[in-house]
Design a protein. Structure first.
Length: 182
């Protein structure tokens, strides 16, 4: 297992509007706990599409893990060119900081946003070019990750494709463990 795709909710889907929100550390902790076994089994690449929220927080986790596991690399494969241009300045700066630490950055579509087909293509590409997925998604609470989840489920019908799902309950548990440890 060489390439792990990490995706999940956007920040507003959690009601999070700042990267220093208390909940972000629990989300990152839950991602790290699921990602470490893949890395210890030899995973080399963490790939994301660069969306705000879970994906960029996962990128921070991957960057942190690069210090401890030198084989780990971060790839950012955006669905289209300039996906960040409508974001506020703070989010654009945060995004650029992540991109500057990535080992590979490219866009799947070499055009700016034209329509939802680019997002469907991104989901297909990311699932089919990875060896497994970690997704922060709860089927009880729909949101944008449902499309990547659905693509992964379809792919699982064709071939073995491990998908680790982090539910809202898992995040609550991570928060409680953190509080317990403090």
């Amino acid at each position: 297992m060489n390439v792990i795709y990490i995706t999940g909710y956007k920040p507003f889907e959690f009601g999070i509007y700042k990267n220093d929100h208390e909940g972000v550390k629990y989300i990152k902790r839950a991602i790290k706990l699921r990602l470490l076994p893949f890395i210890e089994e030899g995973a080399e690449w963490v790939i994301i599409s660069g969306q705000l929220g879970v994906e960029l927080w996962a990128a921070e986790v991957a960057i942190e893990l690069k210090n401890e596991h030198e084989q780990v690399k971060l790839g950012v494969l955006t669905p289209f060119l300039n996906q960040e241009e409508s974001w506020n300045e703070g989010n654009q700066e945060y995004y650029q900081r992540i991109l500057s630490q990535a080992d590979f950055v490219d866009s799947i579509s070499k055009k700016p946003y034209e329509g939802p087909q680019q997002l469907r293509t991104k989901n297909f590409f990311m699932v089919h070019k990875s060896d497994g997925m970690i997704i922060v998604y709860d089927q009880e609470r729909e949101g944008t990750p449902k499309y990547a989840f659905s693509e992964a489920k379809k792919y699982q019908d064709e071939s073995p494709y491990p998908m680790i799902q982090i539910s809202l309950e898992d995040l609550q548990q991570a928060a409680e463990e953190e509080t317990w440890n403090d």
